[in-house]
Design a protein around this ligand. Structure first.
Ligand SMILES: [Zn+2]
Length: 472
């Protein structure tokens, strides 16, 4: 059998790995969107395989960098089933629809810019207009292909292939994927970590170790470092909130993925509210997707950890408290944007490169009384990544803005295991592993992680490049 790395190869986004069995049957693991960076559009417009030849897709979780190209795959001829957990299926229903709308909007914006250029500057130069990767029309067809499974319940996708999901503790419904593949007399055990979560995180259970494998495809987002602090650092959060909204009378802007990070922050604030520790400041979740995602969180208690199950006995709504407003309409969002009163605004996207957060940034970035609190990973080329790196100015909607706002970073919210936590997670694999493939990491980080893994006793570690194929 063969294993080909078709995305998130020396990059963090665009997860896609292709297994081809000896009989030609093709299984794709993840089909994620490339995000951030000048070449993301180009990378989203090539496949390292023929979509119509893929027999089935197995999806680790619902983050867009893992599932965001599925509608495009279907549009381009994929006819097979999509296997994932029940909660991931539910989340994909809203995330892919949202992604389609973003595709449509982004392309419209880009084309308008190109047409303007054409009119104003060089009439003879050739300008190419873009088509969206997919539109919302394809989503019902996409969702009809999903087949949900529980964790720890092996199932078959082919006579010779058994699959099992284990809870990865990364976001609601997230899983690692373990495959037992019979090839002739031999059974090859292939593991794909998906994205690995962390112990002691809110809402979710701790990551469950995968069964032993011969080959492991392992994420490496934080392979170059260790997180400074354990999860849920509420004291730092409270002091940041107090400093911004009470002392400076400003706005605290928190860019957060609509799915996962938003619910974690809201749940933490809900606990602070119940403990009487939350200052009386209006809190807004300004993301229509987050509103729908929160409802889905409520519908999947099978994914909750023990602490949340117990908390539900005293508070029926862990994602709602009196001073919290979920904002759906554009008018309401604009009104919050126009207001100069202290407020906490949680909005998407988490990397600050799309969505309503950009409008909030545009209006607050030049005033030092405001604070941006970055609570998650931001790819280096995204606005969040640029701000984290200490930029003094930032281009927003074609306008250069001075960065006068305070930038705070809280790594403790990270949903990704650091290098030590990854090594702990795979510790049961040590004697069985023949080879590890590092994916889902920036290349310099992966090189550091490879050295770290060598020291930890994993001698055979590959960092595959895009389109690279291995015979297993
Ligand atoms: Zn993820």
């Amino acid at each position: 059998m063969k294993l080909k790395f078709c995305g998130a190869a020396r990059h963090v986004t665009g997860s896609a790995h292709l297994i081809t069995l000896d009989d030609g049957y093709k299984i794709l693991l993840d089909c994620g969107l490339n995000q951030g960076g000048k070449d993301a559009w180009e990378r989203n417009n090539i496949w390292h395989f023929e979509p119509s030849e893929i027999n089935c897709l197995i999806l680790s979780h619902s983050h867009i960098d893992h599932c965001g190209r599925i509608p495009q795959l279907v549009k381009d001829g994929f006819k097979g089933a999509i296997y994932t957990t029940h909660a991931t299926r539910s989340l994909c229903a809203i995330m892919l629809l949202d992604s389609a709308k973003i595709q449509e909007r982004d392309v419209q914006y880009y084309n308008q810019k190109i047409l303007k250029k054409k009119k104003n500057r060089n009439k003879t130069k050739k300008y190419t207009l873009r088509e969206p990767l997919y539109t919302s029309e394809v989503i019902p067809e996409v969702m009809s292909r999903y087949i949900g499974y529980n964790y720890d319940t092996p199932f078959r996708v082919h006579n010779d292939v058994e699959v099992e999901f284990k809870d990865a503790g990364h976001i609601l419904g997230s899983s690692s994927v373990s495959l037992k593949i019979k090839q002739g007399e031999e059974t090859i055990r292939l593991g794909f970590t998906g994205d690995i979560g962390r112990n002691e995180r809110p809402i979710l259970r701790d990551p469950v170790q995968m069964p032993e494998a011969d080959y492991l495809i392992c994420e490496s987002t934080y392979g170059g470092k260790e997180h400074e602090l354990p999860p849920a650092q509420t004291d730092k959060f409270l002091s940041c909130l107090h400093h911004t909204c009470i002392e400076k009378q400003g706005k605290l802007l928190i860019p957060a993925f609509s799915v996962g990070r938003t619910q974690e922050i809201v749940y933490m604030m809900d606990q602070l509210y119940n403990a009487g520790k939350l200052p009386k400041i209006p809190v807004y979740v300004d993301s229509p997707l987050a509103v729908n995602a929160t409802q889905i969180f409520g519908a999947h208690p099978e994914c909750y950890d023990e602490a949340l199950s117990e908390y539900l006995l005293v508070d029926k709504d862990p994602f709602g408290f009196n001073s919290l407003t979920y904002v759906k309409s554009v008018e309401e969002s604009k009104a919050i944007n126009a207001s100069t009163k202290p407020a906490v605004i949680i909005s998407a996207s988490g990397m600050m490169n799309a969505g309503r957060i950009k409008h909030h940034m545009f209006n607050t970035i030049e005033d030092p009384k405001n604070t941006f609190l970055i609570v998650g990973y931001c790819a280096p080329d995204t606005a969040g990544g640029i701000l984290r790196a200490g930029a003094t100015e930032l281009k927003l909607f074609g306008e250069v803005k001075q960065v006068n706002v305070e930038i705070e970073v809280m790594e403790s919210f990270s949903a990704h295991a650091d290098r030590k936590e990854i090594v702990d997670f795979i510790s049961n694999q040590k004697s069985s592993l023949k080879k590890m493939f590092l994916v889902h990491g920036e290349h310099p980080t992966q090189l550091k992680f490879k050295d770290y893994l060598h020291e930890a006793g994993y001698p055979d570690v590959e960092i595959p490049g895009p389109g690279q194929e291995f015979e297993l």
